[in-house]
Design a binder for this molecule. Structure first.
Ligand code: ZN
Length: 288
């Protein structure tokens, strides 16, 4: 199946009160594992790469080709959207060129006028190409900023003005954080989510920093309009743990256990299991 825009899957998810899992990719193993997990769950899925991961994988064109080829060779039949996570303006343009089916433009570091102007331009291009586009309101904190905050909240009126630019999905801070959650984190701000939802109606909302938020909290947010949940850190943690256990058990020193296909096998399977677990939590199993 060809790559699809995330527009229809996100809108159907809002109406059905479930969410699409959006899993970040890091390499071939990740790509195989995420697509396998989605296929085995019969779930529509978003695979996404950050600018840094795109660079790591030798560019967005390599990523597009890899994802398309894995879909074909592994006979993946569930809908797959290939999405840029936290894209700069230049990266968004590159991904459109490279054949992505969805982008996120994160203009949160730009002055608001410039953010709006560039978002409008990208919305027009995406509409013309049948691609989906996610925008971010305010900034979603986390350890990538050097400091781990307790989570910021978007202004509902600002959410409304960005939603009105014609974007497909909206990422808004509701106390969520990227990376591992700090001790004493007070939890998601459902009052803020409710206020945003009241302003933006059926616009699919995106929950960033989905790793480490208790499942019941994520599920409550989904009932309130969240239709895309990003997962990155949790897959990294289970991959690292499984590879570490393999090495600590001395398996790399038995026979041909050092073969990367063996060395990374448990880690790859751990990602498959995590993807399937998350898809169940999000309610998107059997929605393909
Ligand atoms: Zn994010």
């Amino acid at each position: 199946m060809a790559l699809v825009s995330a527009k229809e899957m996100a809108q159907v998810a809002v109406a059905g009160h479930y969410a699409i899992g959006a899993f970040n990719l890091n390499n071939l193993e990740w790509t195989k594992a995420v697509l396998k997990g989605a296929q085995e769950s019969n779930a529509p899925v978003i695979v996404q790469v950050s600018c840094g991961a795109g660079k790591y994988m030798c560019g967005f064109k390599t990523v597009t080709d890899m994802v398309k080829d894995v879909i074909e060779s592994q006979k993946i039949t569930v809908p797959v959207a290939l999405h840029l996570d936290h894209g700069t303006y230049d990266a968004a343009k590159e991904c459109i060129e490279a054949g992505f089916s969805s982008i996120m433009f994160d203009g949160s570091s730009l002055p608001i006028e410039e953010n709006i102007e560039k978002t409008k331009e990208l919305v027009a291009i995406c509409n013309e190409k049948g691609m989906s586009i996610e925008a971010e309101v305010g900034a979603i904190g986390g350890e990538e900023d050097g400091v781990v905050g307790m989570g910021e909240c978007a202004d509902p009126d600002e959410c409304k003005s960005v939603a009105d630019l014609g974007v497909t999905m909206l990422a808004a801070g509701i106390g969520n954080i990227h990376g591992v959650y700090p001790e004493g984190w007070p939890g998601l701000r459902f009052d803020v989510l409710e206020a945003i939802k009241a302003k933006v109606g059926d616009m699919p909302l995106v929950l960033h920093g989905g790793s480490g938020i208790p499942d019941e909290m994520v599920q409550k947010a989904i009932t309130m309009g969240v239709a895309k949940v990003n997962v990155n850190t949790e897959c990294q943690l289970v991959f690292a743990k499984a590879v570490r256990e393999y090495i600590e058990a001395g398996k790399d020193q038995q026979g041909k256990g050092f073969d990367p296909r063996k060395l990374l096998a448990d880690g790859t399977q751990a990602i498959v299991d995590m993807v399937k677990y998350k898809i169940n939590v999000f309610g998107s199993a059997n929605k393909a």
